[in-house]
Design a protein around this ligand. Sequence first.
Ligand code: PBG
Length: 350
Amino acid sequence: PQPKPRKPKGTPPCDPLDLTSRPRRNRRNGTFRAAFQETTLSPSNFILPVFIHEGETAAPINAMPGCYRVGWRHGLLDEVRKARDVGVNQVVLFPVVPNALKTPTADECYNPEGIVPRAIRLLKDTFPEIVIYTDVALDPYNSDGHDGIVNEAGEILNDETVYQLAKQAVMQADAGADVVSPSDMMDGRVGAIRNALDEAGHHNVSIMAYTAKYASAFYGPFREALDSNPRFGDKKTYQMNPGNFREALIEVESDEVEGADILMVKPAMPYLDVIRLLRDNTSLPVSAYQVSGEYSMIRAAAAAGMLDEKKAILESLLCIKRAGADLILTYFATEAAGYLVADAAKKPWS
Ligand code: PBG
């Protein structure tokens, strides 16, 4: 016989409350909790961002413990192999570009022999089923470190930038990208990219628009990784004000009309309300980017013994999905998918 749970000493005697509803009944064991769970995570929801460089050795990123700039040949293939072993079949590439190749007009961004197209071709040859996303923006290639072309007055030029972005997107599609992702926040870029892709015959290449991308402090570690800090000023004339909610709907409307296939919110955790806003106002898939600073916060707190790393990672991702994201870009993709695969093998009552 099972030992009865012992009544702790000092528990006061009490008549049961007269309650019709006791929500705890549905939480009383692991089987019920699993059966009634409204949102679940799957490795198929994740997109793994990978930082690639020309070197052959992996270079650690100080502000992102556990993340590396990897060589675009072996390093990239190793990262992707590890990801697909646990069911993550989507990656997005971010290039480290040597300063010598950076110019005010960022023309290296559409060089068909640049690091990104080379990496795409290699990846497609090696793992044809992997879905490849590319970042469309000038900042890694721009000597001013901005997502757009800067004039003498220090202004970020919209329309001139859009022409460059369209060339960049077509070049990436030529190399084999499945989804191009403009992260620059210029006006009209989705439509211009759609037209340029169609004219080049890339009707089946998708656009994931960074729809509501905020001017966020949480991108700091990423800019260290790519050495892409703006050389002056900030990005507030193109990225959105963190205080704004309604304004995201203006971006939704234009990205939809211009032909976006997926709409993104970025960052994710501080902007869960915006993810929900998009989910309730579009029928397109919604993605969310758990950015570098969100990653580093969890890593740092876990390394200091302040958080349970695995639980914090999985909860952060589950809640981003609950808020309404179908897809999550996260540096934890491979690690989180590994946890999910291992947990799926466990019994709910264990
Ligand atoms: C640049 C770009 C940024 C990120 C993705 N694309 C940085 C920025 O806008 O300054 C940030 C991603 C991250 O922080 O993880 N176009």
